[in-house]
Write a protein that binds this ligand. Structure first.
Ligand SMILES: [Zn+2]
Length: 500
């Protein structure tokens, strides 16, 4: 079921025209409309839009699974509000869809909203704190504070310093594992090298690594220059032994070898829904379950029109396309791109900082105070009891208004977000090194980085929110014959309950 909400900004389309297009879209996609919301005069903040607020409120009741808007930029007044409200909806299992294709002329706006949404959703309260703590540690120059020293480093004047003797061993261990050597082979190499240089611990014993210790070394973020203090990580704070790309490739292989069989657990979460489009007919592709000739159940993405035999796009295996997109998303998080994204996002956040509501409230407060002073003056010179009484009543009313405005000011000020580049860089750098099999992490990469994907037979074109490049990637096809076709109506019902 899909609910319709329209809103915000004057447009090329009348409200009625927007509704018409939304209804047509809903019908095309097989959605049931359970309600419509509209706010025609939109001058205030999102919070003042009565119908919009009602829609957000209604999402708590969980009677609908998606909100359909005419165009995504109609959803909210500014990107920050949009990210916050989308997050509220998501918590209630509600997605935001748009009747028009997800193309915006405002590319950096899309990116900023995506980053905000990701930061709000995945690092919520922690973010500010962690960055702050990270900064404090940064200020104290990321000094060594005791404990185990990662192989490849030595401590000079309490500072992590590259150890010329052991750092090549660490680097080679990473390279070997990246080149498909086993943990055991890496262990043999490391232990041989340690013997050659006669590396001894404090007790004078020869240092030798177990397989577990090798795994730890290969997952130690200090090797890529991250300073770690308790649960706080500060990227690029100490010298780097391996570059970030090598480090990430090694993490991917470690994770894959650790838990490849459990990948299918995520089958029913179609993380590309709303972002994946058919390259042939440009309609949206949605997740479906099918049964192969061998009786095995498989998850696919399928073109909306092809299910009605109106398009010849073949289905694609869910995991295939998702894996490809997730990996490509992670790969664009280079240092250079991260800095670029952070710069763009912060610049725009500054521009969008809307202080008009605060200013208006501040004016109201000033007026209120003047009013109260005037009333007080009149009271002083007035000696008619009945008039004094009504002045007094008026003063009580003005007082009540005063505290009301004050609390509104408080609410409004607390909503302001102060983004700085360090925060965004921290968030994105952290995003570069998540567990590639973790569904939450996969979703985050898609939310933040992927704008849309056009899928053709055999390849796909990925558009990132960064909008600087399009990427063409290979995608394996499967034979449609593998999917047992059901009748369309049964199909549609399942689409609604499963994928929205
Ligand atoms: Zn199609």
């Amino acid at each position: 079921m899909v609910d319709i909400v329209l809103g915000s900004k004057q447009t090329d389309q009348s409200i009625e025209g927007q509704f018409r297009e939304c209804r047509a879209y809903a019908e095309r996609m097989g959605y049931t409309i359970v309600g419509e919301y509209k706010d025609e005069h939109l001058t205030g903040t999102s919070d003042n839009r009565a119908d919009f607020q009602r829609m957000i409120e209604d999402s708590n009741k969980k009677t609908f699974e998606a909100v359909l808007v005419y165009q995504l930029d109609r959803f909210s007044r500014n990107r920050y509000d949009s990210a916050i409200y989308k997050r509220k909806l998501k918590k209630n299992g509600v997605r935001v869809l748009s009747a028009r294709e997800n193309i915006s002329d405002d590319a950096s706006g899309v990116l900023m909203e995506a980053v905000l949404e990701g930061m709000a959703e995945y690092y919520s309260v922690e973010l500010g704190q962690k960055v702050e703590r990270g900064m404090k540690i940064n200020a104290s120059k990321c000094l060594y504070i005791g404990g185990y020293i990662t192989l490849g480093f030595k401590i000079v004047d309490k500072k992590y310093t590259i150890d010329e003797q052991t750092s090549p061993i660490t680097l080679n261990a990473y390279k070997m594992y990246d080149n498909d050597h086993t943990i055991e082979e890496v262990r043999e190499y490391v232990n041989n090298q340690l013997k050659i240089i006669d590396k001894r611990n404090k007790k004078g014993e020869l240092v030798q690594y177990s397989k577990g210790a090798i795994r730890n070394l290969l997952a130690d973020k200090r090797c890529m220059g991250t300073y770690i203090y308790k649960d706080t990580e500060t990227p690029n704070a100490i010298p780097q032994i391996v570059d970030v790309n090598l480090f990430n490739r090694v993490q991917e292989r470690l994770e894959k070898n650790k838990q490849s069989p459990s990948r299918l657990k995520t089958t029913n979460d179609y993380i590309l829904t709303t972002k994946l489009f058919c390259g042939h007919c440009k309609d949206m592709m949605v997740g479906i379950c099918g049964t192969s000739r061998t009786g095995k159940r498989h998850a696919y993405y399928s073109c909306n029109k092809s299910r009605k035999k109106l398009c010849d796009k073949k289905n694609v295996k869910k995991e295939d396309i998702e894996d490809i997109v997730v990996k490509e998303a992670r790969n664009i998080l280079t240092d250079e791109n991260i800095n670029k994204i952070a710069e763009t996002v912060v610049k725009l956040a500054e521009q969008e900082k809307d202080t008009s509501t605060l200013k208006r409230l501040q004016n109201l407060l000033n007026q209120n105070e003047k009013q109260k002073a005037n009333l007080f003056d009149s009271l002083k010179v007035c000696d008619i009891d009945s008039v004094r009484k009504s002045i007094f009543e008026e003063m009580v009313k003005v007082d009540a208004e005063h505290s009301d405005i004050e609390s509104q000011i408080q609410v409004e000020s607390s909503k302001k977000i102060n983004l700085d580049e360090t925060q965004v860089i921290y968030f994105l750098t952290k995003m570069r090194s998540g567990d590639i099999n973790d569904i939450k992490y996969r979703k985050m990469l898609i939310t933040v980085l992927i704008n849309k994907i056009y899928l053709y037979d055999g390849h796909a074109i990925i558009f990132f929110n960064t909008q600087d490049k399009e990427y063409k990637v290979k995608v394996p096809t499967i034979e449609e014959a593998e999917v047992r076709t059901n009748d369309t109506s049964a199909h549609q019902r399942r689409i609604c309950s499963n994928f929205l």
